[in-house]
Design a protein around this ligand. Structure first.
Ligand SMILES: [Zn+2]
Length: 414
């Protein structure tokens, strides 16, 4: 069935949007519903592109509120990794359903995920109606390369051609948890299957020092030497990248996803060098990181943090303007992240309607209001592939999803 949105506000124009077979078939002032269409009267609600969360660990909603004031390594080693060893597919499924519900509620319609039991993540994404690039985290700190290869093979086998809303990916955890020989193998395996590879890089100063001490080069050069820096690579964090590394990343066409809130919460002590990355021509996206280290998945709130921390670090209020921040959060500055085309006929029918009479957006320029005044609660309606996933700020089944996820967290002793 076709879906038609009537009386939405696009810029200063009142438009209709008709969606058929997952794409926008018509958009403009003259577009009205046809007989038999599902119809939404937007009543003057602003129509905007949805957000792309470029880095998260969705099922970590299970860990929200657990160990939240510890430093990175004790947090991972004492609170996260021992519990993760006990996770089963149902835990991951419900944790991801909760994450998807939160993202739908706050305007994110696509995310990049790195988490255990990716088949359960993918099932939750499909049941929720949104889109994701999904990869199993790959580790071989125990020296077991065979098991890492088996995990990578099995997850790709399961995720490839599963559904057009799922993008299969590989997700080596980091250069300090994956061996050099495993990273080389992942580079070849990823190239062979033409899949994206996402990895945490240059999150802490210690990671950089250790890389230089062990390999004689900084992290970006190390990845490049292993064949892992290319147009299919997504680097999460990049806090400590230097200008030479940024030039190299730009030249290789890799994408950096900055996660300012997780970086501040874990107090990594630095800020992603956004102005230098932009000047070098690097593709840049925005992420929340997992709910264990943020703790919110409301990317619209993180968008304000991103803009503010960049202005503050540069001691320059013009370091990032609202239009640029909005472009970064919607994936428009990083084609690999999959934001798709702007809202036009022929584009995927993914979009948001905002509250028509909100206090935060009532006056002044819309983009500035979205970046500096709004949070995800401003989202009224979320549409993905022409399906209405939320209307009137209410995500269907939320009560059950929250209850089931809490049950799983209790089972894990969280
Ligand atoms: Zn992460």
């Amino acid at each position: 069935m076709a879906l038609t949105i009537e009386a939405a506000l696009l810029g200063s124009k009142t438009v209709g949007v008709r969606c058929e077979d997952g794409v926008i078939s018509a958009l403009g002032p003259e577009v009205v519903a046809e007989p038999g269409d599902e119809v939404i009267d937007a009543a003057g609600a602003p129509l905007v592109a949805p957000l792309v969360n470029g880095h998260t660990h969705a099922a970590m909603t299970l860990f929200r509120g657990s160990g939240g004031d510890l430093p990175l390594m004790p947090w991972l080693e004492e609170r996260i990794w021992p519990v993760e060893a006990k996770l089963d597919a149902e835990d991951v499924y419900w944790g991801t359903r909760l994450a998807c519900a939160e993202m739908i509620r706050t305007g994110t319609t696509r995310f990049w995920d790195m988490y255990w039991r990716p088949e359960a993540t993918a099932r939750a994404v499909l049941d929720s109606g949104i889109r994701a690039a999904v990869g199993a985290p790959l580790f071989d700190a125990d020296g077991d390369l065979g098991r890492l290869q088996e995990t990578a093979r099995r997850s790709l086998e399961h995720l490839t051609e599963l559904d057009s809303r799922i993008t299969p990916a590989l997700a080596p955890h980091a250069i300090y948890t994956v061996s050099e020989r495993a990273l080389r193998w992942i580079a070849d395996f990823g190239a062979e299957h033409r899949v994206p590879v996402q990895i945490h890089l240059s999150e802490t100063a210690e990671e950089v020092d250790e890389c230089v001490a062990t390999h004689g080069v900084r992290p970006a050069a190390y990845l490049d030497a292993l064949g892992l820096l290319n147009e299919r690579t997504v680097l999460a964090h990049g806090v400590w990248l230097d200008p030479v590394e940024l030039e190299l990343i730009a030249e290789r066409g890799a994408t950096i996803v900055t996660n300012p809130v997780a970086n501040m919460k874990l107090a990594v002590g630095g800020v992603f060098p956004h102005p230098a990355a932009r000047a070098a021509g690097v593709a840049i996206g925005l992420g929340t990181d997992g709910a264990g280290s943020n703790d919110s998945l409301d990317l619209l709130s993180d968008l304000k943090m991103f803009a503010l921390v960049q202005k503050h670090a540069a001691a320059d209020p013009t370091a990032v303007d609202a239009a640029e921040a909005w472009a970064v959060a919607t994936g428009a500055r990083a084609p690999l992240l999959g934001a798709g085309e702007p809202l036009t006929a022929g584009a995927a029918a993914d979009f948001l309607l905002l509250e028509p009479h909100s206090a935060a957006l009532g006056i002044g320029e819309l983009t500035a209001g979205l970046v500096y005044a709004a949070s995800g609660s401003i989202v009224d309606t979320t549409v993905v592939a022409g399906r209405v996933l939320m209307r009137g700020g209410e995500v269907p089944e939320l009560e059950e999803i929250v209850a089931r996820t809490a049950e799983r967290a209790r089972r894990l002793g969280l």
